[in-house]
Design a protein around this ligand. Structure first.
Ligand SMILES: Nc1ncnc2c1ncn2[C@@H]1O[C@H](COP(=O)(O)OP(=O)(O)O)[C@@H](O)[C@H]1O
Ligand SMILES: [Mg+2]
Length: 329
């Protein structure tokens, strides 16, 4: 499905890729287009380095969904995952598995590496886990938006969390047998997934709820009539390798992807200086590879965007970007 069609039909679109390639610009431009075509659109950024507000030219307070003045149907929200760190306190203080003498279970849990990361005192990837948790929470929350656009979607690495239900279902069986309680960790998960705190709630119940939340979200995320992941990249060798890895993860987790944006492409040879001509040559070589691998072999739709003279910011240039991105005004 072309991006234009996706913007008119899907419930969710996620823009992902390396920093600085143009995710926020593409997400914002798409969101404006969708809103102007009658869809009540929410754009959510989970990037702690706030740039959605800057891109749209508005001030966004963290965690506050803000209707964008002058654009009917468009609301923007910046979540700072770090601000939610408090919610994770229980997770970050101890390793509950070790505390309960359950370390022996580790071999049976293919995901334990991730959980260990989550439960160590300075966990790497905690931002990712929080951002992912927030995305799940949004997918699972009832709302009136026709379309939700995620700027800074989960990376391939973060998508591992989607396998959690399989891991947890194995756990549940074991836990019932062993009549164990996972105190701290579940408390933290619970805080992440529900607003009210009922501490007396049965641990296993909470675990089952988490399990279901992820399974439901997974249903939505993997449904091609609901969601699509748009990869944004630049025509450089390293980006090709990285995009290949990301695509692998997306395929492995059944996340639909049909469009890849190749951004910041040098145009018109005649206008270029020596230096830029050399860069264009490098880019053209990589574009060839991108067309071969992602276009022909993997059957992805490639969207080429020129490098603009100016930074892409605010309404007019986001609209101009939209002409390349979506292909109509
Ligand atoms: N095609 C382009 N031409 C010129 N500048 C661009 C282009 N795409 C993105 N930019 C600029 O590059 C910077 C990074 O873009 P951004 O969308 O914030 O990337 P990301 O969200 O992936 O980090 C911004 O200043 C943006 O204006
Ligand atoms: Mg960004």
């Amino acid at each position: 499905m072309l991006l234009k069609e996706q913007l008119l039909k899907l419930k969710m679109i996620m823009f992902g890729g390396k920093g600085g390639v143009g995710k926020t610009s593409c997400a914002a431009s798409s969101a404006i287009w969708a809103a102007e075509h009658g869809r009540n659109t929410l754009i959510i950024s989970t990037d702690p380095a706030h740039s959605l507000g800057d891109s749209l030219g508005v001030e966004l307070l963290p965690g506050v969904a803000t209707p964008i003045k002058g654009i009917e149907n468009l609301t923007a929200l910046e979540i700072n995952p770090k601000a939610n760190m408090e919610e994770f306190k229980g997770l970050t203080t101890v390793n509950p598995m070790a505390e309960m003498g359950m370390s022996g279970l580790m071999e049976d849990l293919p995901m334990f590496g991730d959980l260990e990361e989550l439960t160590s005192s300075t966990p790497p990837g905690i931002d990712e886990a929080l951002a992912f948790g927030k995305i799940l929470e949004f997918i699972e929350t009832e709302h009136d938006y026709d379309l939700v656009i995620f700027d800074t979607a989960p990376t391939g690495h973060t998508l591992r969390f989607l396998s959690l239900p399989e891991t947890l279902s194995g756990w549940i069986g074991k836990l019932i047998k062993m009549r164990l309680k996972i105190g701290n960790m579940l408390g933290a998960f619970k805080r992440l997934f529900s607003r009210e705190e009922k501490d007396e709630e049965n641990s296993l119940e909470v675990l089952k709820k988490l399990n279901n939340a992820i399974l439901n979200a997974k249903d939505d995320l993997t449904n091609p009539i609901k969601n699509s992941f748009v990869i944004v990249m630049i025509p450089e060798e390293m980006a090709i390798t990285e995009t290949g890895r990301l695509l692998n993860e997306l395929i492995k987790n059944s996340i639909p992807t049909s469009n890849i944006v190749v951004n910041q492409v040098y145009q018109d040879e005649s206008e270029l200086c020596d230096f830029c001509r050399a860069r264009r040559k490098m880019q053209q070589k990589n574009l060839g590879k991108i067309q071969e691998i992602f276009g022909k072999k993997l059957n992805k739709n490639l969207i080429e965007i020129p490098l603009f003279r100016e930074e892409i910011r605010e309404y007019d240039s986001l609209k101009e970007l939209g002409q390349y991105l979506i292909g109509s005004p």
